[in-house]
Design a protein around this ligand. Structure first.
Ligand code: SF4
Ligand code: MG
Length: 316
């Protein structure tokens, strides 16, 4: 349904002197309609870049993104506009994305005012419906963003994202700014909305415990590369890539398998000067000479895909 293949994507992070960063390096994956694909990794791994590519906020210079059978780069302006309505984005910090001087009713109605011919009365009743859908009160239309808690503000941005009836939501760390107890409520709301409205999610997070709660499939990213893609259950029960194992070792056990808790070791290398070969080799307990020279190819292990020489060689 959504097919993504990006051989590389460089981002200019400083103009004078010019410094570019390979934000995405050889990433390809697909998203099935109605599922949640989560991308996880430490900050700077390229997951937000991928989110913005899919949301149409960046144009890929190479490779292709296909949405529902159409190549995004070669779409007409009209087709791209139509796609925008089907695809919405939810950000980490709801407060930053809500205009503090606007009442909530106007904030949620803005996409309706821009993209539809609804009258003011029709917009108001649609906003009532959207507020109810996200568990807020219709009277909240007349209040301002600062009068709401963090979790309520994220509900407001979800209501705005739903206004045009999208099919696909790109969610970049949507609950990372919230307290743990509030996170669970917002995640449950997102799951309910997915079930009721048939939504598809790309869910970006640095937190595997959060991802365990929502994802059908999980992609693990490291320094711009996708190192493992698996179903959620396979990933937690049988992680393949050494980096995935390291990430899982750092979180409390969620599966009941009694895994020992080990912190994530080593530091993420400077992405401007990534290590040669497998970029994970300085942190990997299984690295050998080949790992230091040659980048591993992505291969299938059952339903899981992973990029690791040690797996390929059968020594992990
Ligand atoms: Fe470790 Fe080598 Fe696999 Fe990279 S390719 S994760 S260094 S074993
Ligand atoms: Mg980010």
């Amino acid at each position: 349904w959504f097919d993504v293949s990006i051989p590389w994507l460089d981002r200019v992070i400083h103009r004078k002197p010019r410094v570019t960063l390979r934000a995405v390096d050889g990433v390809s994956f697909h998203i099935n309609k109605g599922e949640t694909l989560a991308l996880v990794g430490e900050s700077g791994c390229g997951k937000s870049t991928i989110a913005r590519l899919l949301a149409g906020l960046y144009q890929p210079s190479h490779g292709s993104i296909e949405f529902d059978g159409q190549t995004v780069q070669s779409m007409s302006r009209k087709a791209r506009h139509a796609m925008r309505k089907r695809l919405q984005m939810i950000f980490q910090d709801p407060y930053a994305s809500l205009n503090p001087r606007w009442r909530v009713g106007r904030i949620i109605a803005e996409p309706l005012a821009t993209h539809t011919r609804m009258t003011a009365a029709q917009q108001r009743s649609k906003v009532d419906e959207l507020l109810a859908q996200v568990g807020l009160d219709p009277n909240d239309q007349n209040r301002y963003p600062h009068q709401f808690s963090g979790g309520q503000r994220q509900r407001i941005s979800i209501a705005r994202a739903l206004a045009l009836g999208p099919e696909f939501l790109v969610c970049d760390e949507p609950t990372s700014a919230l307290d743990v107890s509030v996170q669970a409520q917002v995640l449950n709301l997102m799951k309910d909305l997915q079930r009721d409205l048939g939504l598809t999610y790309l869910f970006i997070s640095h937190n595997l415990a959060v991802v365990h709660h929502v994802a059908d499939r999980i992609g693990v990213m490291y320094l711009g590369r996708l190192v493992e893609v698996a179903t959620r259950d396979d990933l937690f029960a049988n992680p393949r890539h050494p980096y995935t194992r390291m990430l899982l070792g750092a979180i409390p056990d969620l599966t009941g398998a009694g895994r020992a808790r080990v912190p994530v070791g080593g530091e993420v290398p400077n992405p401007l000067n990534p290590p040669t070969g497998c970029t994970f080799h300085p942190r990997c307990p299984h690295a050998n000479d080949r790992c230091r020279i040659e980048a591993p190819a992505t291969l299938s292990y059952g339903d899981t895909k992973a990029a690791c020489h040690g797996l390929e060689e059968g020594r992990i």
